[in-house]
Design a protein around this ligand. Structure first.
Ligand SMILES: [Fe+2]
Length: 346
């Protein structure tokens, strides 16, 4: 409401709003233009978290608190436009989790779905509903909704991964549930190689019937993803905006690997200068290999290996690479597409 009002009309309206307020009601016309905007009006800001700055603080956290005491020793990556909400975008949570040699992050389960993307170290494991996978840099691991999971580090090195969860989506829907496991580490009788053998070869056990929308393949080793991208680079034309890009899929349905979080891996050839792109899904990027830049909203986010950066909804951005770069990314695209909300523009 921007029109200049006669003082007596303004006073009358103010008194009317005060009466409404007592009935937990309010006039729509005072807020309509902030509610229904011509284009996305996200509080999410572009931001870059440099590994070199985060790593000393992760090590300090390792000295201050054990994984057992913390339950999960994680430094949350809070978007500067969303401080205090444990959110990296308006709809998603992300954090850097440290697990030291010999530690166990105890078993629990929750309705939030989680992804792990390994940034540093190798040899720690994640166990999901009795199946155990050993993780290495660049691996993408899924913890589906309501599955028991614990993490442990049997190696001699600290290990760090990026956690991505649909915390804010589940919170919006008031559908949060959480339960601690009866044992610190669950009994495991199957390994990641079983999981890969059963679901990672464009085949599935003949009797398999899906119990959820989440991929039954929960470990996507980097070795395979990297090989696929290299082949793609050699044999296919690249996209002017995103280079060579693959989407992780549920091998049984061909749909997204997770129902609420879309996950991708892309290769930018050396010297790549991407064209401008925007989409309605605010996107979190984690750098696996190479150095380059994301140019967004007048800012230059200069990235290198293990850095994390975020591009907000509907803000045009361009990607550039100096040497060959490989970027993992995730967003709420499956949710937006399921609801017919997703848009992109070149
Ligand atoms: Fe968890």
């Amino acid at each position: 409401m921007s029109a200049v009002l006669q003082p007596e009309v303004a006073a009358e309206r103010k008194a009317f709003y005060a009466k409404l307020d007592k009935l937990s009601s309010a006039p729509l016309w005072e807020v309509l233009h902030d509610l229904i905007t011509p284009t996305p009006n996200t509080p999410c800001k572009p931001h870059l978290w440099k590994w070199d700055q985060m790593w000393p603080y992760l090590q300090e956290a390792g000295r201050l608190i054990t994984a057992k005491e913390a339950e999960r020793r994680v430094l949350v990556l809070e978007n500067p436009g969303l401080r205090g909400r444990s959110a990296i975008t308006h709809s998603l949570y992300a954090g850097l989790q440290l697990i030291l040699p010999g530690e166990i992050a105890p078993a629990h389960r929750h309705s939030q779905s989680a992804l792990r993307f390994i940034l540093y170290g190798s040899g720690a494991y994640t166990a999901v509903d009795g199946e155990k996978v050993t993780m290495n840099v660049g691996d993408f691991v899924i913890t589906p909704s309501w599955t028991f999971h614990d993490h442990g580090n049997a190696s001699k090195e600290p290990m760090v991964w990026l956690d991505g969860l649909d915390v804010q989506i589940v919170e919006l829907l008031d559908a949060q549930f959480m339960e601690k496991g009866s044992r610190e580490a669950q009994h495991t009788d199957r390994t990641g190689s079983d999981n890969l053998a059963l679901f990672g070869n464009t085949m599935k056990p003949v009797q398999y019937r899906a119990q959820s929308r989440t991929s039954p393949l929960f470990w996507y080793p980097y070795e395979r993803t990297r090989e696929a991208l290299s082949q793609m680079k050699d044999g296919h034309e690249m996209h002017p905006c995103w280079g060579h890009k693959l989407q992780y899929t549920n091998p049984v349905t061909g749909d997204w690997a997770m129902p609420t979080i879309g996950t991708f891996m892309q290769l930018l050839p050396a010297g790549f200068r991407g064209k401008s792109y925007r989409s309605t899904d605010s996107t979190v990027y984690a750098v696996v290999e190479g150095k380059g830049r994301c140019l967004v909203n007048g800012e230059t986010l200069a990235f290198g290996p293990k850095d994390v950066f975020v591009c907000p909804s509907w803000m045009s951005y361009r990607l550039e690479a100096d040497d060959e770069a490989v970027l993992f990314s995730f967003s709420d695209r499956p949710v937006q597409q399921a609801l017919d909300l997703w848009r992109e523009a070149f």
